[in-house]
Design a protein around this ligand. Structure first.
Ligand SMILES: C[S@@+](CC[C@H](N)C(=O)[O-])C[C@H]1O[C@@H](n2cnc3c(N)ncnc32)[C@H](O)[C@@H]1O
Length: 258
């Protein structure tokens, strides 16, 4: 989830300027970036991303564009990044927390080998079902085990069984930001040593550097403190190597090292 502009208390003129920027940034679904120039972001999309985007992902992006909550979708460049990463680490057993209509899920399913697996969780099945026909048509639905409901209790059950420890090659976390550290506490046991956890939205539309009294949308402010706390905690966690990437709304990659 991203692309919510941190509103500034400025003059009318600069408010209008900001509104213009907001309009440009929101003009295209999945058009989300912290890059300062929209033109540069558009260049990246048009030169390197859209021409190589698999047809089913484009179709799913188009379907998602018509959905009222489309700002939640993973951007096309982030989808491309995930796809490359999964192939580089030869991921086979994966998990996704936060599916929405399934753009990052489809990117994952297409990147995994034929016998690859994704445990996918979301509290909302209806949105997943919007994208499901595209996933089925792409011939990758057999890799997905979708569970409707909150992810945390599922993780709690999984960590109880030692057989699940170290069993995941990759986990993508893109749901309730107030639970990121709770997810991490469980995922650190479930991902294998050398495996990767990707936490999405860790720059939270740039709000992580906004002054505490800056006006911002309610939910941005609410989750901001959790994101700030998570970023501090993950940077201090000796069990993982981390890499903060300014892709999409910010992705923190964690490679488990102990
Ligand atoms: C930002 S969207 C996910 C976007 C998705 N990765 C994509 O590529 O389109 C966040 C999703 O998390 C789901 N969600 C929120 N709280 C959750 C929870 N406790 N457990 C599982 N999913 C949750 C929401 O229903 C929403 O679909």
């Amino acid at each position: 989830m991203a692309d919510v502009v941190v509103e500034k208390q400025t003059t009318n003129e600069s408010q209008q300027e900001q509104q213009k920027t907001t309009e440009i940034k929101h003009s295209e679904v999945g058009h989300k970036s912290l890059l300062q120039s929209d033109a540069l972001y558009q260049y990246i999309l048009e030169t390197s991303v859209y021409p190589r985007e698999p047809e089913p992902m484009k179709e799913l992006r188009d379907i998602t564009a018509k959905h009222p909550w489309n700002l939640m979708t993973t951007s096309a460049d982030e989808g491309q990044f995930l796809s490359m990463l999964l192939k580089l680490i030869n991921a086979k057993n994966t998990m996704e927390i936060g599916v929405y209509t399934g753009y990052s899920l489809l990117a994952t399913a297409l990147a995994l080998p034929e016998d690859g697996k994704i445990l996918a969780m979301d509290i909302n099945k209806e949105n997943y079902e919007l994208g499901l026909p595209v996933i089925q048509k792409a011939g990758v639905a057999h890799k997905i085990d979708f569970r409707e409901g909150p992810a945390l209790p599922v993780l709690d059950v999984m960590v109880e069984d030692p057989k699940n420890h170290g069993s995941f090659d990759f986990v993508f976390v893109d749901a309730d930001k107030d639970n990121y550290w709770n997810y991490h506490k469980r995922l650190i046991d479930l991902v294998k040593i050398g495996g990767v956890i990707g936490y999405d939205n860790t720059l939270w539309n740039g709000s992580v550097v906004a002054p505490p009294d800056a006006p911002m949308r309610k939910y941005v402010r609410y989750y901001r403190d959790f994101v700030l706390e998570f970023n501090k905690s993950i940077a201090a966690d000796p069990r993982v190597e981390i890499c903060q990437l300014p892709v999409g709304d910010g992705v923190t990659l964690c490679r488990r090292i102990s």
